[in-house]
Design a protein around this ligand. Structure first.
Ligand SMILES: Cc1cc2nc3c(=O)[nH]c(=O)nc-3n(C[C@H](O)[C@H](O)[C@H](O)COP(=O)(O)OP(=O)(O)OC[C@H]3O[C@@H](n4cnc5c(N)ncnc54)[C@H](O)[C@@H]3O)c2cc1C
Ligand code: FES
Length: 254
């Protein structure tokens, strides 16, 4: 078991977790973990927000059954694997403009901290209403801009997190500028065996868990990725509704 040392609700449907898991403490910027609440829960990929001596912290946004379970019920975790995936390529680029959506602020902050040490100028456009960790972002990023200014923004590198839609749109807006994007796929084992996270990059099959999660956005087939991600939407909806009913029964009993 991995104890949750601290759990802070930052919204009705989101929380920050600080987890003791010493093996994750060697994680590098841009890596992620797989966590599982109980033996019967689904494993969920979560980005590392910050590394601590005895583990790490992360941000959880409830979008379905498993993330809601982490927000509502988890006091400790049955399983924590990591650090996983390839780290973000940290170096001096010049001006780096981030686009984040929802929980995407967590991996963005983790990567931005490291890019700052390499003297990059950092810009941020947060594109959803749920702007968590805003104060932290204000202490790391140099400038903020809104989505409607996108066309005018000049950067040496764009970075996107938390959305598959954003990098697709950005690729056509800035065809000449490199874009490094965190790909969002369902994941099961996260070590390259189940192929659940496969995507097409430059026409070749890649695995988001071991080859990613960071890819050059211009090369990713976003349309086919988003199509596949929608495949189990109906079942995911039912699982969420059933879980909410169970939570309600539990609260009525106590
Ligand atoms: C590398 C990586 C890092 C991530 N980091 C974080 C993080 O730091 N914090 C966080 O809260 N979430 C993060 N996620 C997303 C998180 O893993 C998913 O939201 C979660 O697996 C959904 O599980 P669920 O059972 O709650 O919802 P599901 O029932 O699986 O899905 C509910 C809805 O969300 C959509 N969905 C499911 N998984 C994803 C996904 N990966 N991306 C986009 N939409 C999805 C489904 O299509 C469906 O509409 C990360 C994902 C990846 C791949
Ligand atoms: S999650 Fe199984 S191969 Fe990537």
């Amino acid at each position: 078991m991995y104890p949750i040392l601290e759990k802070v609700k930052i919204a009705e449907d989101a929380c920050l977790l600080r987890i003791r898991a010493e093996h994750v403490a060697k994680g590098e910027p841009g890596q992620f973990v797989m966590v599982q609440h109980t033996e019967l829960s689904e494993p969920v990929p979560l980005s590392i927000l910050e590394i601590h001596k005895d583990g790490f912290s992360c941000l959880v946004k409830a979008v379905g059954r498993s993330t809601l379970e982490l927000v509502e019920e988890a006091k400790d975790l049955y399983y924590v694997a990591g650090p996983l995936g390839k780290p973000f390529p940290v170096k001096k680029y010049g001006v780096v403009a981030f686009y984040t959506f929802s929980w995407g602020i967590a991996p963005a902050l983790n990567v931005a901290r490291a890019l700052k040490e390499h003297e990059n100028k950092l810009l941020l456009c947060h594109t959803s209403e749920d702007f968590y960790l805003k104060e932290k972002a204000m202490s790391i990023f140099d400038e903020f801009f809104s989505l409607d200014k996108s066309e005018a923004i000049r950067a040496d590198l764009f970075v996107t997190t938390g959305s598959n839609q954003l990098p697709m749109e950005l690729s056509s807006l800035h065809p000449q500028t490199p874009i490094v994007s965190m790909v969002n796929t369902h994941m099961l084992d996260a070590v390259g065996l189940c192929l659940v996270c496969r995507i097409l990059v430059d026409g070749a099959q890649k695995l988001a868990c071991v080859d990613g999660p960071w890819f050059e956005a211009h090369k990713v087939d976003w349309a086919s990725l988003m199509d596949r991600e929608r495949a189990y939407q109906e079942q995911e909806k039912v699982a969420l509704e059933e879980y909410k009913k169970m939570l309600k029964r539990k609260s009525l009993r106590s």
